[in-house]
Design a protein. Structure first.
Length: 266
């Protein structure tokens, strides 16, 4: 049932109690090497589930493809060292790899490590449209749903989640991973696969620059974060016409950019 967590014996130390040996669950973290048309691109540290969605979302977020239909095949090859993913993309997208190829160290939660030039960190993206509104009355019920739906985090305490909230305030999709950027990439892949529209994305982390960039690249108009936002994230959200909310917790939320899409009350 819990294929993304391993059961291990640990020693627990608690104030006022004797130390004791107990079984606990530890989240899986696996090196995943991504290649495009057989050409190595990067290695990321991931929780080894939903890797098809990850491959699609990562390709979109990186700007290697424009649509999931640009991917002709995804081949996964487990090895003793990790998992190799070879993504076969349309010929018209191959030329972009010459400008985008990089070698990432694979650090957990790192979204831009390994970029060779500063100018490659900031992608040129078109502003997102203004076709979506988000009713704040949905927020508290969604947060309550998260307590039940973040099963991997409940088990290990080590997983971030990225959630798609539909226009009825329901959790339409949720992906968990040891890395917050990976969780969002997996969700982006799902959004494009299922052609989800009209909703918002919630991440159980801070709203960093890379998270805003990934959301905008996926066409997401509203991004909500459990924690705060960075200045660079706010500046980019303003530029890309993306509604950015932080400190989204029970009974509260702070709008950093484009609050005009927000309706209703908490």
């Amino acid at each position: 049932m819990f294929c993304n967590a391993s059961e291990r014996s640990i020693v627990r130390y608690r104030k006022g109690k004797s130390d004791c040996c107990e079984l606990d669950y530890i989240i899986e973290e696996t090196p995943v090497a991504i290649a495009f048309n057989g050409v190595a691109y990067t290695v990321m540290m991931c929780t080894p589930n939903d890797l098809e969605q990850f491959a699609i979302g990562f390709s979109l977020s990186e700007g290697i493809i424009d649509h999931h239909r640009d991917i002709h095949d995804i081949e996964m090859m487990p090895t003793c060292d990790g998992i190799n993913i070879n993504v076969t993309i349309a010929n018209r997208c191959v030329a972009r790899l010459q400008q985008k190829r990089r070698s990432l160290a694979g650090l957990t939660g790192c979204g831009i490590c390994g970029e060779e030039k500063l100018e490659t960190v900031c992608r040129t993206l078109d502003p997102v449209p203004s076709s979506v509104q988000f009713d704040l009355s949905y927020l508290d019920p969604v947060l309550q749903q998260l307590l039940r739906k973040q099963q991997l985090n409940q088990l290990t305490g080590s997983a971030h989640a990225a959630v798609y909230i539909d226009n009825q305030g329901q959790v339409a999709a949720i992906f968990e991973d040891v890395g917050r950027h990976i969780a969002l990439d997996k969700l982006v892949g799902c959004i494009h696969q299922r052609q989800l529209t009209g909703g918002a994305v919630l991440v159980t982390s801070r709203a960093s620059f890379e998270m805003v960039q990934k959301a905008a690249a996926a066409g997401v108009e509203v991004l909500l974060a459990i924690s705060s936002a960075t200045k660079m994230a706010v500046d980019l959200a303003e530029k890309l016409n993306l509604t950015l909310l932080g400190h989204c917790r029970n009974g509260r939320a702070d709008a950093y950019a484009h609050p005009e899409r927000i309706t209703g009350m908490i």
